[in-house]
Design a protein around this ligand. Structure first.
Ligand SMILES: [Zn+2]
Length: 387
């Protein structure tokens, strides 16, 4: 047990043990659950947050075994306006703008026609924070122009338009735009920029803002670093971002995405374990009296545990499956695990701790999480009375 932080949850520890092949000790772990409860949560009046960090496990549904030991828990319903199953674009747009839209659409209203006609831009939490002079950051294991990170800083009628999405970070509608951007996707974003007559170099020069290709390349003296890498170490990136954002005199808003798709169940569950470790480390570095930590997912995924015994490796048969897996397979059948390798419609967990965390409770549409964060700051959404 020593190697696992006390912040790890029973299910995540189980996942860790499964991955490492050690015997499961779920009994042992479940007795530790009281230790991390409390924080700012015990005050009668919900505390105001100065800072908010939103952790987003992409495709991390209840079935992915993510149950953080945070005291405030809700179930978030993720559907777009016209279907049951969400993609990342609608899922994240709904969370950060408070407006449900259509799959494939980046922070535009449901009046959009995907790929064809823009909808009304919907104002994001990051834009509200920029408008009020907070420092902001977006970090992802995925392309920084991919749907989940993009929904924070861009508006587009199609998530695939990376060449149109990425430059929006440099021409913000509010404030001076995202202050800290760390993500992957360098090759493909670069290609799409060139297709539109742009490039990383041209953007850098026009906006007098370097776009580094590795985290290490960004000097500590740069207070607004942009890194678009081939691969992003989100653990290191998040700690580097915190060093910058925590110097803010007005507060900050940080979004951290970690991919948790389990189409390869071993990779997906390892991501969940790694994300959990990062979240525990961040929790130790912030003051929960003035900071809200919120964890959720943009949509769920078709992972099911339908067999297995304690003390036995859950992912029995993974190596054999991996050796014979084909790209087009949409079902993963291991001895104890079945993956219908697609997004699914059931609600996802939302968990919170810190200032304003009490507002996360019960069953709600994912758009409620926007209100939770705005309320934590004590801010009114534009036109809130008519909503
Ligand atoms: Zn997603």
């Amino acid at each position: 047990m020593k190697k696992f932080s006390k912040y790890l949850t029973p299910s995540l520890v189980a996942a860790s043990l499964i991955l490492s092949g050690a015997p499961a000790l779920a009994q042992d772990v479940s007795t530790q659950s009281a230790s991390t409860q409390g924080g700012a949560a015990s005050t009668a009046q919900p505390a105001k947050a100065r800072n908010i960090i939103l952790f987003l496990a992409d495709a991390g549904g209840v079935s992915t075994l993510i149950i953080q030991q945070w005291p405030h828990l809700g179930l978030s319903e993720t559907s777009p306006v016209d279907q049951f199953v969400s993609d990342s674009a609608n899922g994240m747009s709904s969370i950060v703008t408070g407006v449900k839209t259509r799959n494939g659409v980046i922070s535009q209203g449901p009046d959009v026609v995907r790929r064809q006609k823009d909808g009304a831009p919907t104002k994001t939490l990051l834009e509200y924070a920029e408008e009020r002079g907070l420092l902001t950051g977006v970090i992802s294991t995925q392309s920084i122009a991919d749907a989940t990170p993009a929904a924070n800083y861009a508006h587009s009628n199609d998530r695939a338009k990376w060449g149109e999405i990425f430059p929006q970070a440099f021409s913000p509608r509010f404030g001076d735009g995202v202050d800290v951007m760390f993500g992957a996707g360098r090759r493909k974003i670069g290609e799409q920029l060139v297709a539109r007559g742009l490039s990383f170099e041209a953007l850098s020069q026009t906006h007098d803002r370097p776009i580094y290709s590795t985290l290490e390349e960004a000097p500590a003296a740069n207070a607004r670093p942009v890194v678009v890498a081939d691969d992003m170490d989100v653990h290191a990136a998040t700690l580097k971002a915190l060093d910058i954002l925590q110097q803010s005199s007005t507060g900050y808003f940080l979004v951290v995405e970690w991919d948790a798709h389990t189409d390869d169940p071993r990779d997906g569950l390892q991501n969940v374990v790694d994300f959990d470790k990062l979240i525990a480390e961040v929790e130790r570095r912030v003051d929960l009296n003035d900071t809200l930590l919120l964890f959720t997912a943009d949509h769920s995924f078709g992972l099911q545990v339908d067999g297995g015994g304690r003390g036995q490796p859950l992912l029995d048969g993974h190596d054999a499956w991996k050796a014979s897996a084909r790209e087009e397979d949409d079902l993963v059948r291991l001895k104890n695990v079945l993956v219908n390798a697609t997004h699914t419609a059931e609600e996802v967990p939302a968990l919170a701790i810190g200032a304003g965390a009490e507002r996360v409770r019960g069953y709600f549409p994912n758009t409620h999480l926007f209100t939770v964060m705005m309320d934590a700051w004590g801010w009114k959404a534009d036109g809130a009375s008519s909503r």
